[in-house]
Ligand binder design. Sequence first.
Ligand SMILES: Nc1nc2c(ncn2[C@@H]2O[C@H](COP(=O)(O)OP(=O)(O)OP(=O)(O)O)[C@@H](O)[C@H]2O)c(=O)[nH]1
Ligand SMILES: [Zn+2]
Length: 347
Amino acid sequence: MTNHTQLANLGWQPFFQQQLCLSEWETTVPARVTERHRSCLQLATGQETFQIPIIPSLPDVTVGDWLLLDSDQRVQRRLDRKTLFKRRAAGPEAREQLIAANVDVALVVCALQGDFNLNRIERYLSLCHEAGAEPVVVLSKADQFQQSEDFRSQVQGLDPLLSVQCLDTREPEQVQALLPWCGAGTTVVMLGSSGAGKSTLTNTLMNAQCQRTGSVRAGDARGRHTTTRRSLLEMPGGALVLDTPGMRELQLTDCAQGVASTFEDIEALAAQCRFPDCQHQQEPGCAVTGAVAAGTLDARRLANYQKLVREQAHNTATLAQRRAQDRQLTRKYRDVQQVRNRQRYGD
Ligand SMILES: Nc1nc2c(ncn2[C@@H]2O[C@H](COP(=O)(O)OP(=O)(O)OP(=O)(O)O)[C@@H](O)[C@H]2O)c(=O)[nH]1
Ligand SMILES: [Zn+2]
């Protein structure tokens, strides 16, 4: 029998509960993926923490996912995800890489010094909107800047409903401003460039004591202890911080919806262009370039929108090609297998 409070402490919510039928509730145990290693997953049920090997029959799983296990700790199924962060994997092969599932809030950390860049913030916002997580922009190193309010209003200008906070991430009192997004059972993730202040913010939020939810230190082949690469940290207030390594080479993949909701203003203007396939370059009757000329739309914002749309179209195409190649390869294997079987067993 599963204890509700223990599950809630791991981020269990009605959204997941609703997916279980009565018999599953009696015969299975929900477990959250707290870490993913090359050959095993680390799971936590609230009562215990253990590792299971990654085997081919396992569904595609990432950190933050919920699995249903039978009494022998075998995976029955993966529950539907509330949200999902993914990116194009690094390298020439345009594969999709799952980063984190079931994240409720994304703290987008950007330092005011050196790191401040509206284009990059829009990129992160698109990623959050695509994933389905609520973004909160944290402008860090506010202590080093006199005009932090200027920057805050520039970010607010991207979206009047966006939450934007300027902070010194080292100061517990200032960090309290983020507590409304860190309620019990909420899963929080930090996004942002290297050096922006993500670790500092995590530490301050955790009161400097990292309590790793269900963590065990796994020994590697040489018997040394390896530090965990991804894990779920429990905040004193009951929120969970999913501590993922920096999202390097951030690319948008299959992210058209995220771009569209980040640039709702431009999409609304585009609907008024004379030509339905308007590229908003030099077409007559273009409402978008018209707004730039009238000074109601920032040319920077339009340029970034066009760049993200192009980038997302490019990535989706490469992924589609990749999937086609995979299908072709599968067909080829099947043909080879059939020939072999024919040779072995006759026709
Ligand atoms: N003055 C000031 N320094 C800060 C603030 N936030 C972070 N720092 C400093 O900036 C440096 C980088 O901060 P980190 O928290 O390590 O940055 P990070 O985003 O975790 O970087 P990666 O781990 O590389 O992704 C550290 O020396 C911090 O002490 C802030 O709000 N004010
Ligand atoms: Zn147009």
